[in-house]
Design a protein around this ligand. Structure first.
Ligand SMILES: [Zn+2]
Length: 135
């Protein structure tokens, strides 16, 4: 895990693949086929991450911002694991995704996913047992 001022937590592609596997197990979405790639900033248009998913086929592709492209003037540090969990939660909650982009359902879901991803990563880093360890 490398650190710099605007980056709270950064990981290599191999580390992210392992974290994705662990979090899929934690969130009980192991039946999804999910690819995760670290991509350059221009592909994300200023976002920390993004996901394209097909709920019926349980397939998803997650993109995470390459830490080299983190904006110098951002308000809060970029945490790749929080963004990974955020995008995985979009998969887990796919059936609740609002039909209207930017509508009330979408905005509320986005806010809650944002909060939950931060909370889950914080609790995990605090050393609470994982679902794997508790099973
Ligand atoms: Zn989101």
């Amino acid at each position: 895990m490398k650190r710099q001022r605007q980056v709270a937590a950064a990981f290599s592609q191999n580390e992210i693949d392992e974290l994705a596997r662990q979090w899929q197990r934690e969130l009980k979405i192991m039946d999804w086929q999910i690819g995760v790639r670290i991509v350059r900033g221009k592909r994300l248009g200023g976002d920390d991450g993004g996901v394209n998913f097909e709920e019926k086929r349980r397939e998803a592709f997650i993109m995470l911002l390459d830490p080299r492209d983190v904006a110098k003037d951002r308000m809060t540090p970029y945490d790749m694991e929080v963004t990974l969990v955020h995008e995985l939660l979009h998969c887990a909650l796919a059936c609740f995704t609002g039909k209207v982009l930017g509508g009330h359902e979408d905005i509320t879901q986005e806010q809650q996913i944002h909060t939950m991803s931060q909370t889950l990563v914080r609790l995990r880093r605090a050393g609470l047992p994982t679902a794997e360890a508790a099973a």
